[in-house]
Design a protein around this ligand. Sequence first.
Ligand code: FAD
Length: 276
Amino acid sequence: MNRDQRFSFEFFPPKTDAGKEKLKLVSAELNALGPDFFSVTYGAGGSTRANTKDTVISMNAAGISTVPHLSFGNDDEQVILDLLREYKAAGISRIVALRGDVPSGMGAQRLIYAEELVQFIRDHTGDHFQLEVAAYPEVHPDAKGPENDIEFLKRKFDAGANSAITQYFYNVEAYFYFVEQCQKNGIDRPIYPGIMPITNYHNLARFSKSCGAEIPRWICQRLESFGNDSESVQEFGIEVVTQLCQRLLAEGAPGIHFYTMNQVEPNRQIWKNLGI
Ligand code: FAD
């Protein structure tokens, strides 16, 4: 594989002491593979504000290049400004800027479009941060349509985003068609595919429904046929996701962002299969 391509791993911030200890081991093992960076998600509405920040700062202190996700949620500008200052002081120079989804149970909250957060970060910190935004090859569930969704992605770039990471997908054609349409609409920045390894069919199916990602029928049929045989699910998942990544990288994707679910495997196995 070409190491001009960029590879990153995503974690969610652990809530418990046991989760924190486990993440130290997982991050050390995945860091040994030599990714470009790790990112840590942020619960919109500030539900993980402290956990995300602590995870990002302690991983950086351990020598693991790690960046935060961020969204406005219901926070006022000062809260976001303080976080930006702390990240800057900690030597962090990249942020994944999002609108976010409010976690269930947090009641009605205002959601501020990612474009406004990108603009806010640029207005207050200039060019200090590399800004990543989210992109949706299979169309964001709230979008009025594919054209409209790409128009808003373009606005995030016009506001100062440097690159995008996609929602996960298993249809390789959806990604390349999307990138082509983005280019036709004047987007010339890299769009990194986000890839979700397959470990548990029911969890994946539930999550995919809410975020608008399609699991192709042939993959569903195979996964269903394995029933509770988790070994076969893992084996098939590794095979399918490796092939997906191979095609993406061979056909011009600028790299890959792995949604790790805080697990070493199957991420490490897929990485090794790719020969990165
Ligand atoms: P936006 O870009 O603001 O778009 C949201 C929707 O509104 C889209 O349908 C868009 O077409 C539309 N839209 C955008 N701008 C406008 C406008 N000005 N006027 C009208 N409509 C508009 N969620 C979390 O809660 N925490 C995370 O850490 C997190 N990390 C993620 C990382 C990646 C790489 C990805 C792909 C997603 C992540 N998400 C995360 C999920 C994401 O927050 C949701 O998909 C959310 O619903 C949309 O966020 P966004 O930044 O894409 O929103």
